[in-house]
Write a protein that binds this ligand. Structure first.
Ligand code: ARG
Length: 449
């Protein structure tokens, strides 16, 4: 007969919740004693036993027994070994259903704080890059076609904005995770006069759950975490894609530090941007973690169902993937070298300035649509003749409109960027102000979130 017992075992991964589980039990025992539900002596023994267990787990001298299935049973069983029968009183007015809910909420809250800190670090690295190359103009793209000159700093600040929204999403998720479920029991509440507000205060929650049935079966906070992590990874994936493109010989915009590239075993010239590629690739697994949990939850009747044990692995996987991605980017971005000469030269290529030339005609009274048509013709002509707009003689311009004068040659990448002088635009003054604004946001956030 085969042994199927492993099927239900979660100890290999839920042991990660041990600190939260022990904190929850400590608070619970304290509350039970305060309410006169167990004696102070028993509570003291329980607390001492739990402290010993925490130490054992930290030192890795704790023996995890898969026959006891999960973290909660492993800890309770060890508590029995250490303090004897008093251990049996800990589970009064509690169920593993509200126990695991409180553990996971505590863990999610801590994870969010750490992730927000990492995101602040990435934002700081972006600002540092923007600052370093404050006045560099580069080609901006649409459709991956060179479109208009933009400041490199403006491009970096675009990612600052994305990560700012990510932090907002994690903050929202934190608010809804910050709800204390203990006291919900298995599903209906508990038949003891517990003090749930006391538990919330002990465990650092700002409020208690309102409905016991919802509280034991709610994993929305994990779904929200995974959704926020997915959007955030999507942003890292887009940034990664740019780093991959930019570090190719075709673009030649940047050089990543050796530490974050690898050579090929047969092609000595190669510098593969593996870290950026893997960040792009790992985005898929985080989406998978989100889809996995949504699918697990979708058909579940109230209240707790064992399916819900499947909430943890995907959650840990997404949290770890995002956390290591944050570490990598905080280390990789500062070492990124911008090829200033190349991006500046490309930004100044005449085709990039076609919009500005149309704007020039508009400035002299021509309707924009007409100016656009003239510039399209001129651009085509230049392309056919393989000549740049800058090299085209003024007479050629004047064949299409005599509004063109010598000052048409004053238009440069710099003047193009400087002209976009409205809120959110790429003019150097606007970008400098945005940079200051971003620095203020980081300073105000400090280490918190
Ligand atoms: N290991 C379980 C989980 O993670 C703990 C809750 C078990 N509750 C139960 N009634 N079997 O979901």
């Amino acid at each position: 007969m085969a042994d199927y017992s492993r099927y239900t075992v979660s100890i290999d991964y839920d042991r990660r919740l041990y600190k939260q589980d022990i904190a929850g039990s400590m608070a619970h025992a304290k509350m039970l004693a305060k309410q006169g539900i167990i004696s102070q002596e028993d509570a003291a023994q329980i607390a001492e036993g739990l402290a010993t267990i925490e130490q054992e787990i930290k030192e890795e001298s704790f023996t995890w027994d898969p026959d006891l299935e999960d973290l909660h049973m492993n800890i309770e069983s060890r508590l029995h070994q250490i303090i004897g029968s008093a251990a049996g009183r800990l589970h009064t007015a509690r169920s593993r259903n509200d126990q695991v809910a409180v553990d996971l909420r505590l863990y999610t809250k801590e994870t969010i704080v750490a992730i927000a800190k990492g995101l602040r670090g990435v934002q700081g690295a972006l600002l540092e890059l923007a600052e370093r190359h404050k006045s560099v103009v580069m080609p901006g793209y649409t459709h991956l076609q060179r479109a208009q000159p933009v400041l490199f700093a403006h491009h970096m600040l675009a990612y600052f904005e994305m990560f700012q929204r990510d932090i907002g999403r994690f903050q929202d998720c934190h608010r809804r995770t910050d709800v204390m479920p203990l006291g919900s029991g298995a599903l209906a509440g508990v038949a003891y006069q517990t003090d749930r507000e006391f538990l919330a205060a002990e465990l650092g929650f700002s409020r208690i759950s309102a409905n016991s049935m919802d509280a034991v079966s709610d994993r929305d906070f994990v779904v929200e975490f995974l959704a926020a992590a997915s959007v955030c990874m999507m942003h890292f994936s887009r940034l990664s894609e740019e780093l991959v493109l930019w570090s190719s010989s075709e673009f030649g915009f940047i050089r990543l530090a050796d530490e974050f590239t690898t050579g090929s075993s047969i092609m000595p010239q190669k510098r593969n941007p593996d870290f950026a590629e893997l960040a792009r690739g790992k985005t898929g697994r985080v989406y998978g973690d989100l889809m996995g949990l949504l699918t697990t939850l979708k058909g579940l009747p109230l209240t707790y169902n064992r399916d819900m044990q499947e909430d943890k692995e995907g959650f840990f996987d997404a949290a770890d993937t995002l956390a290591t991605t944050l570490d990598v980017f905080q280390a990789m971005l500062p070492g990124m070298k911008l090829n200033v000469d190349r991006v500046s030269a490309l930004a100044g290529e005449s085709q990039m300035l076609a919009t500005d030339l149309a704007d020039y005609l508009v400035g002299k009274g021509m309707p924009f649509r007409e100016a656009h048509g003239i510039m399209r013709e001129l651009s085509r002509h230049c392309e056919d003749q393989n000549i740049s707009l800058q090299k085209l003689p003024l007479e050629e311009y004047q064949k299409l409109s005599n509004l063109f004068q010598q000052d048409v040659f004053d238009i440069t990448a710099q003047s193009s960027a400087a002209a976009r002088d409205n809120p959110g635009g790429t003019a150097p003054g606007r970008v400098a102000a945005a940079l200051e604004e971003a620095k203020k946001i980081l300073e105000a956030a400090g280490d918190g979130f």
